[in-house]
Design a protein around this ligand. Structure first.
Ligand code: NAD
Ligand code: GLY
Length: 361
């Protein structure tokens, strides 16, 4: 079986392909070609493993796959859970000629990726994303992490995978709420760098919500192409890669204040993108009609456009933990126009205060 599409992440000797297609988890050739010959550990969770681990196992035929099945949920994205993966790596005797296969959504991908980044100072990882969010964003680009009680993703490393395999069949079993959460990150690409894609999404949203395979494949490919470009320009996020964080500074504050797992990451990002658009409008960068367009596509995707009332002080406190803070100043991804974002700390703080008061106060 051949992949329908491949997108290449161009990072010199750390370059790798993203394969997007139907039935790819049943195709061992793709993975075998990209993985070392030593012991393999599949990291998954209690929801995804029963659904997709058997077909991966069947695809690998005689080759032994050790497994580590984690509890499901953002609240388990912790150092304690990471310890379970290290125990399994030790048990399976995975060393530098072995590899980790991360089979699941962004939570599994981030934990397994961080385990691979740190085990024996780094072993190979294959990302096998099974949520839309993971297929368009978290499996690509090498960010790995676990949460700290003080905030999301505070403990982590950059560690690029050797291969990403996005099997569209896995999206058939994804709960509708999770599909919508993934659409938030898809819409993000349109808002930050790809106005034409935003127009396509506005037209084709009903097909995506109905899980039309062709529409999903195109949305995933276009998202990955956009992400690939930003990651190739700026692997370690010292510049343009930070555009990918549109809505995330607000969103992480909402996720943490609400309690990890209450708001899905994509839902919080969707709300955060509304707040970024509102801030951009207060700065005079974005027209009211553009903000309305942002609110409309997010609403049509079934995502939230009203935030929990976490209070301005709490929001400020949590936003101050953002990784983009420089010299005590919260830098934000704001929109100069739709399809044209900028990362900046150079804005009138009164605009941010007004948005926080209106949205979370
Ligand atoms: P998730 O991993 O929690 O998956 C969502 C839910 O869907 C879980 O209950 C999971 O078990 C279930 N699931 C997964 N695949 C399924 C399938 N095919 N069928 C049925 N159920 C399935 O959440 P997510 O939205 O995939 O990822 C969110 C995480 O990703 C957050 O922790 C976020 O911080 C992280 N993230 C990381 C990056 C990055 O660059 N590393 C980027 C964006 C988000
Ligand atoms: N999801 C943000 C990034 O990968 O940079």
């Amino acid at each position: 079986m051949n992949p329908a599409t491949s997108v290449q992440i161009a990072l010199g000797e750390r370059s790798y392909p993203i394969h997007i297609g139907t039935g790819l988890l049943s195709d061992p050739a793709l993975l075998e070609a990209a993985l070392p010959r030593g012991p393999l550990l599949v990291v998954s969770n209690q929801t995804v493993a029963p659904l997709y681990l058997p077909r991966l196992r069947a695809a690998f035929g005689g080759r032994r796959l050790a497994e580590c099945v984690l509890p499901d949920g953002e609240r388990y994205k912790t150092l304690a859970t990471l310890g379970l993966v290290y125990d399994a790596l030790a048990g399976a005797r995975v060393n530098r000629d072995g590899a980790v296969l991360a089979l699941g959504g962004g939570v599994v991908g981030d934990i397994a990726g961080f385990a691979a980044a740190t085990w024996q100072r780094g072993v190979a990882v294959a990302q096998l994303p099974t949520t839309l969010l993971a297929q368009v964003d978290s499996s690509v680009g090498g960010k790995t992490a676990v949460n700290h009680p003080g905030g999301k993703n505070l403990i982590g490393a950059f560690h690029q995978p050797s291969i990403v395999v996005a099997d569209l069949e896995t999206l058939d079993t994804l709960p509708a709420r999770e599909l919508r959460a993934g659409l938030a990150e898809v819409i993000k690409y349109g808002l930050i760098v790809d106005l034409e894609f935003l127009g396509w999404l506005e037209r084709e949203l009903p097909r995506l919500l109905a899980r039309d395979r062709e529409a999903l494949a195109w949305a995933i490919e276009r998202s990955c192409v956009n992400k690939a470009r930003l990651v190739a320009l700026d692997e370690r996020e010292s510049g343009p890669r930070a555009l990918l964080n549109l809505g995330h500074t607000f969103g992480h504050a909402i996720e943490t204040a609400a309690g990890h797992g209450e708001w899905l990451h994509g839902e919080a990002v969707a709300m955060g993108m509304v707040m970024a658009a509102e801030t951009s409008a207060r700065l005079g960068w974005l027209a009211a009609a553009d903000v309305a367009r942002v609110r409309e596509i997010i609403t049509r995707a079934g995502l939230p456009v009203a935030a929990p009332r976490i209070g301005v002080a709490r929001a400020r406190e949590l936003m101050a933990l953002d990784k983009k803070v420089q010299g005590g100043r919260v830098r934000l991804v704001l929109l100069k126009a739709l399809g044209d974002a900028e990362v900046t700390g150079d804005y009138d703080p009164a605009a941010l205060e007004a948005v926080l008061a209106a949205e979370v106060g």
